[in-house]
Design a protein around this ligand. Structure first.
Ligand SMILES: N[C@@H](CCC(=O)N[C@@H](CS)C(=O)NCC(=O)O)C(=O)O
Length: 218
């Protein structure tokens, strides 16, 4: 059994998608980050950085004690390896491609797009310097993804945890982007939206907090 400490944001949804794709048995444990529950000591014993998502695997292979993990990239890698799906075998070039795009998502997409959303949606007054910089970076990142998807159907070739990490963060309306300018991203996104596992993950997210903006698929 896997416990998923979760809120339906971009980073939470990534793990929900993978667990649904893998059809592993898991328990969704909401951590209401809008009410500050991520600051509670009990949660921070599992997630030292005080952020969702985090997991506890109560039956880790080859270990006698439960294993807890935080950081969405580490969790995606761990679960995909545990199930032997959506992440090619160690030592293969295909695995390195998944890692390349997964690290790109964790290192660029989440930090810049989350800051853009923060400055657009939460700043008490518009700060032109930050908005210009972050809008330009968002467009640049969309171009990187568009160029890649003009060559391949999924970012690392086959559908993988890298697509699952990127998908919840592509919210064009919210991020001031027009997918008419990015037809390959549009087609990739429609392919992913049609996957039953992704639909189930979003439905579970809506049961937890229907108004979370990351759940909007426009
Ligand atoms: N690098 C982390 C980022 C996690 C993260 O930023 N989580 C957000 C929700 S998407 C959070 O817990 N925010 C609560 C807060 O800012 O206090 C990961 O990939 O897991």
């Amino acid at each position: 059994m896997i416990d998923l400490y979760y809120w339906p944001t971009g980073n939470g949804l990534k793990i929900g998608i993978l667990l649904e794709e893998l059809e592993l048995e898991y328990r969704l444990l909401p951590v209401n980050i809008r009410e500050g529950e991520q600051k509670q000591a009990a949660f921070q014993r599992i997630s030292a950085n005080g952020r969702i998502p985090a997991i506890v695997d109560h039956a880790p292979q080859g270990l006698s004690e439960p294993l807890s993990l935080f950081e969405s990239g580490a969790i995606l890698n761990y679960l995909a390896d545990k199930a032997g799906r959506f992440l090619p075998a160690a030592g293969s070039a295909e695995r390195q491609k998944v890692q390349e795009w997964l690290f790109w998502q964790v290192g660029h997409i989440t930090p810049y797009l989350s800051q853009l959303q923060l400055f657009k949606e939460k700043a008490p007054e518009p700060i032109a310097f930050a908005l210009d910089l972050l809008n330009a970076e968002a467009t640049r990142l969309y171009r990187v993804l568009e160029t890649r998807l003009s060559d391949v159907l999924f970012v690392a070739g086959d559908y993988s945890i890298a697509d699952m990490a990127i998908f919840p963060w592509i919210q064009p309306l919210r991020q001031g982007q027009d997918l008419a300018d990015f037809p390959h991203i549009h087609a990739w996104r429609e392919r992913l939206k049609a996957r039953p596992a992704i639909q189930r993950a979003y439905a579970k997210g809506r049961e937890v907090a229907a108004n979370e903006r990351s759940l909007a698929l426009q």
